[in-house]
Design a protein around this ligand. Structure first.
Ligand SMILES: [Zn+2]
Length: 139
């Protein structure tokens, strides 16, 4: 096994028939797990109302998602809402701010809450280079 250029793990087969050609440049081979992840990401991006850039979630979110299935569903649902331009639990003023940001290319900010679960934020950078899911206290 060789090192996969996407995830950095030793999951790239010597035989490229077992690897996946990355859609990003159509010449780099990545491991099959990364192939699935890349396809999922491309699908998500095709559904979004705006450019998302690199999708990132913090260590805190990652740990909580791994241990709490209900929280994982909440994060997935919230993300879906964010890319649809549903900014979640914000005051009207902040929602209007996002509508303006959507037109003008400023930073997009969403906040989501669900009873019994910690609140999360989703931020898409002004230059649309990245979209980050985080806990407010991690900001
Ligand atoms: Zn990989």
């Amino acid at each position: 096994m060789k090192k996969c250029p996407r995830c950095g793990e030793m999951k790239l087969h010597e035989d490229n028939r077992f690897n996946v050609l990355s859609k990003k440049d159509n010449k780099t081979y990545i491991c099959s797990d990364c192939g699935v992840a890349e396809a999922g990401e491309a699908f998500i991006k095709s559904k979004a109302k705006f450019e998302l850039g690199t999708l990132v979630w913090t260590r805190g979110i990652n740990d909580k998602v791994a241990e709490d299935e209900e929280f994982a569903e909440f994060v997935a649902g919230s993300f879906q809402r964010h890319i649809n331009g549903d900014w979640g639990d914000l005051c009207d003023e902040d929602k209007q701010e996002n509508e303006l940001s959507l037109k003008e290319g400023f930073r997009l900010f969403s906040a989501y809450e669900k009873k019994g679960l910690p609140k999360i934020w989703i931020i898409t950078e002004a230059n649309r280079s990245a979209t980050t899911i985080l806990f407010p206290e991690e900001y």
